[in-house]
Design a protein around this ligand. Structure first.
Ligand code: PNS
Length: 160
């Protein structure tokens, strides 16, 4: 059985993440979405809210699991029994950060395997940061975020 770990902040999950997850779930037997509990970042959604949104989106998809973790990613990957770590790569601007992280993760854990997946072109400009900014300023992106996320963002910023 091959298991992939898909780590990230997912604050919130977007259709770009969903695209990668769905495609990865057709390649691997199990894909575990691992949400980082990051004490140094002030997230918009709590870890519990993020877990619940992702659970709602993937309800019924048996081979997509959701968890949260703290500490080093390579330690969590080993603990969870993952064969590979998946990261999305949207544009050249992502490359430097991802390259640095991948090489540092190899340094920490030489056996770790990291696979990069490109999002579909329609999501290549999408980021959780921009989504939050747009909703906070009264915009809405129902084509770019899953329905539970659209609903949660409307509630968070506009109370409805
Ligand atoms: O969605 P993000 O914020 O780009 O995800 C970044 C994430 C969670 C993959 C990265 O911050 C991470 O792996 N954090 C765990 C701590 C860690 O292992 N740091 C060393 C990275 S080389």
């Amino acid at each position: 059985m091959k298991k992939a770990l898909y780590p990230g902040s997912f604050d919130p999950i977007t259709n770009g993440h969903v695209d990668i997850l769905e495609r990865a779930s057709r390649i691997f037997d199990v894909v575990e979405v691992a949400i980082l509990k990051n004490p140094s970042k002030e997230p918009l959604f709590t870890v519990e809210e993020r877990v619940n949104m992702i659970k709602e989106i993937f309800r019924g998809k048996e081979n997509i699991q959701i968890s949260s973790f703290s500490g080093l990613l390579v330690d969590y990957a080993e603990k969870s029994g993952a064969d590979v770590i998946i990261r999305g790569l949207r544009a050249i601007s992502d490359f430097e950060y991802e390259f640095q992280m991948a090489l540092m993760n190899f340094k920490l854990s030489p056996g770790v395997e990291i696979i990069f997946m490109m999002p579909r072109v329609e999501y290549s400009f999408l980021s959780s940061k921009l989504v939050k900014e747009i909703y906070s300023l009264g915009g809405r992106l129902p084509d770019l975020v899953p329905e539970p996320v659209d609903r949660a963002l409307m509630k968070k910023f506009h109370g409805s």
